[in-house]
Design a protein. Structure first.
Length: 244
């Protein structure tokens, strides 16, 4: 992670947009750590991200354990704040991922909640979309041709991070923010955990109950890597104590 707080992320995004420069934003969580250990293409995509924030309480807890604390900055929570930055700067945005109906509903919601926001493209790739295929080249050209300065990617990991990394090369003036289910939450096509559940750091339980067949195996893999991550965090803490 190289962006420790929500305010730091907003400032960094605003600076990039003001200079007409693109960026790639990833939001790391335990599932990403599992994938990074076995997926070399995902590791390469992460290495090409400009900004990485903590999206998951375990990442925040591990950072505190290592005495390198960061704030929780879920991608879903950053859609509207980043859209407000774009609107304030009179820069158009694009939405990419999910389904056409969800993107159109999310666009309406975003434009209603963010005065002055202009969504210029809603792009829903087909099922089985490959972020490294010829089809992805067409999609990225469509983003660039739309005039969008900021593009929200709702493809899920690792597709959205890989597409963002490719977008940085093909459309260097566009900022790509990987936000997972953020657009579906805004559209109402997926229900997010209530605020009180999120405050108790139990959003993962809520999500698992909604899709146990898909998420129970995923979360089991996440739990399995925790001991190693704890040991790594404690090692960082000891190295900091020694250096001090």
């Amino acid at each position: 992670m190289n962006i420790p707080t929500r305010r730091a992320l907003e400032d960094a995004v605003e600076r990039k947009l003001a200079m007409g420069q693109g960026f790639a934003l990833a939001t790391i969580n335990l599932d990403h750590l599992v994938k990074l250990a076995s997926d070399s293409a995902f590791r390469d995509a992460y290495a090409r991200q400009d900004f990485v924030v903590a999206d998951g309480n375990p990442i925040v807890w591990l950072s505190r354990m290592a005495r390198r604390p960061v704030e929780l900055v879920p991608g879903s929570d950053m859609v509207l704040p980043l859209a407000r930055i774009a609107a304030r700067m009179q820069l158009p945005v694009a939405l990419l991922g999910s389904t056409e109906a969800a993107l159109e509903a999310a666009a309406r919601r975003m434009e209603a909640e963010v005065p002055g926001l202009h969504v210029v493209a809603c792009i829903a790739p087909p099922m089985g979309f490959d972020p490294d295929s010829e089809g992805s080249t067409h999609v990225l050209h469509e983003v660039g041709a739309s005039g969008a300065a900021l593009c929200f990617l709702a493809l899920g990991a690792p597709k959205q991070e890989r597409l963002a990394a490719n977008g940085r090369r093909m459309t260097p003036n566009v900022g790509y923010a990987s936000i997972g289910a953020g657009l579906d939450f805004l559209a109402g096509t997926q229900e997010r955990a209530p605020a009180w559940v999120r405050a108790l750091a139990l959003e993962w339980v809520w999500r698992m109950m909604q899709a146990p067949g898909r998420l129970v195996p995923r979360y089991a893999k996440c739990i399995a890597i925790l001991p190693g991550q704890v040991r790594g965090a404690l090692a960082l803490r000891r190295s900091g104590d020694t250096a001090g």
